[in-house]
Structure formats: C-alpha cells, structure tokens
Design a protein around this ligand. Sequence first.
Ligand SMILES: [Zn+2]
Length: 70
Amino acid sequence: MATVLPIANHTFTEERNPEVERLCFLQYEGYHLKHPNAYRQLVNEPAAVCDRCGRTARNRTNLCDPTHLG
Ligand SMILES: [Zn+2]
C-alpha cells in the first residue's frame, strides 16, 4: 500500500510574502497581474539591478543576482 507523505500545505499560489520573494518567481506566479499595485511598490524607485535577468527592484532581496544601482 502506497503511502503519500503529507506535504504541509505547500501551495505556490497564495500567501506569498513579496518582500522576500524574487521578482522572477513572483512574475512566474503572475503576482504582478494579481496584485499590480503591490508589485509596483516592489519595483518603484529601484535601488538594485539583477545581473542575471536584468530586473530592477527597490529591495535587493527581490533579485536573484542583485547589484547596486547607480
Ligand atoms: Zn534575476
């Protein structure tokens, strides 16, 4: 009899904390479409740019390979 291990409520769609998630991931999930105003807050007045994907963000923790802007 197969046993399915309970994976504790591991959802990839809701209840994200955008402050600690990378923009690549948020965009992949469509966060910018579901929460456009919140997403704008993350990219407004960017302080860092990602060397890997070229995205910019106000908080460097939102980037996968952040470099200080300016
Ligand atoms: Zn990136």
